[in-house]
Design a protein around this ligand. Structure first.
Ligand SMILES: *Cc1c(COP(=O)(O)O)cnc(C)c1O
Length: 386
């Protein structure tokens, strides 16, 4: 087996697909030290700049002094601390849903929820560009797994119309992580009502950013329905770690009994929950941060002068710049890196063939000058490289 692994690694290397981690020697922020060098970074999902916020550092230090550092047992034994419980209630209130349950990561939440809510005889309907962990959750659930073309309401309806599955669950990213565009959630919810289906929304990139007070994608569209099951991660805009699922009380009660990644896993440390309660407070009061983020998006669009490359239409913090070939994307990313700017190149299979791109991720921690510096460097690079 080890020989086979070695060969596979060598194949990846010769195909230019071997991925390497950068070693970070600074907090996650807009200016970072990676592999020993300083960079202006457009890589993180820390959209509100909370990952290194002084109030949250203090909250974590204080909470650790009170609750200790480890949860010590699964939530159903003695690992469910008051800090976890308080945060679940606060999150449910914040997103205007009856109840919420914490998971240690978004990946665990998607696998746990899909595995618990649907199974053999049921069907999942998934957007082709969904995040990898929704796919994994789908396979793990053993439900029939149907994928439909990206944001294609008609294609989804065709599938629903002919399905005779017992329970039907539409599962989608609300904001697509590599495209930055938003799913047509109101149309999906109408289909749910028409075809007796439920809508599972993964709002990893919308929570904290979209909607009133950063409530997320449901607020962005003003959606409410007992057919909604909402998931958001807490390691992106919330700046810490973890995830939660929110919905009808019966759904949450059922997940507490049956979601294996909840039942058989040690909850994240209680101090993280206390930190997240403080983060939620900053998100709720963060209209200024979100206004600044919107200003940065406008600034980027206004300062890019592109002839061949294309910025994808996106109103979110994820601003993908499509350059086409893998070679071009990697070349541009390396060129910017030499100028002290980090922007990750995203290639197939993460995105479709010939749409290799730079995934520019903006944060409220960036200044207007940071974004202008990036736009100018890209303009200059296009005239040199494209
Ligand atoms: C990041 C992400 C996840 C996984 O969340 P983690 O907490 O990082 O495990 C799930 N879904 C989407 C759409 C994501 O972007």
């Amino acid at each position: 087996m080890l020989n086979a692994l070695q060969k596979e690694l060598e194949h990846r290397k010769t195909d230019g697909l071997l991925r390497q981690r950068r070693l970070l020697d600074s907090p996650q922020a807009e200016h970072i030290v990676a592999n020993g060098k300083p960079y202006l970074s457009f890589c993180s999902n820390d959209y509100l700049g909370l990952a290194n916020h002084p109030a949250l550092i203090l909250a974590m230090q204080n909470a650790a002094g009170i609750s200790g550092v480890g949860s010590g047992a699964s939530g159903l034994v003695t690992g469910h601390h008051r800090y976890h419980d308080d945060l679940e209630k606060e999150l449910a209130t914040f997103v205007n849903l009856p109840a919420a349950l914490l998971f240690s990561t978004g990946y665990m939440a998607n696998i746990g929820v899909l595995g618990a809510l649907v199974g053999r005889g049921d069907a999942i309907f998934a957007d082709k560009l969904n995040h990898a962990c929704l796919n994994d959750g789908g396979y793990y659930s053993m439900a029939e797994f149907n994928r439909f073309a990206h944001n294609d309401v008609a294609a989804l309806e065709k599938l629903l119309k002919t399905s005779n599955a017992k329970h039907k669950l539409i599962a989608v990213d609300a904001v697509f992580s590599m495209d930055g565009d938003i799913a047509p959630l109101p149309a999906y919810l109408r289909l749910c009502e028409q075809y007796d289906a439920y809508l599972y929304v993964d709002d990893a990139h919308g929570f904290g950013v979209l909607g009133e007070h950063g409530i997320g994608s449901l607020s962005h569209f003003n959606l409410a329905s007992p057919r909604l099951i909402y998931m958001a991660t807490l390691g992106k805009a919330a700046g810490v770690a973890g995830a939660f699922v929110a919905g009808e009380a019966v759904v949450i009660d059922y997940l507490i009994q049956t979601a294996k990644s909840y039942v058989y896993s040690t909850p994240a440390p209680p101090a993280l929950s206390a930190t997240l309660s403080a983060s939620l407070h900053l998100i709720e009061k963060g209209d200024t941060l979100r206004a600044h983020l919107q200003h940065l998006i406008v600034t980027l669009k206004a300062n890019l002068q592109l002839k061949k490359w294309q910025l994808m239409p996106s109103i979110t913090a994820v601003q993908p710049l499509v350059v086409g070939s893998n070679h071009a994307a990697v070349g541009l990313s390396e060129h910017l890196q030499k100028l002290g700017i980090l922007v990750p190149a995203i290639r197939p299979p993460t995105v479709p063939v010939n749409t290799a791109r730079l995934r520019i991720s903006l944060s409220a921690a960036h200044s207007e000058a940071d974004v202008i510096q990036l736009a100018r460097a890209i303009n200059q690079a296009e005239s040199e490289l494209a």
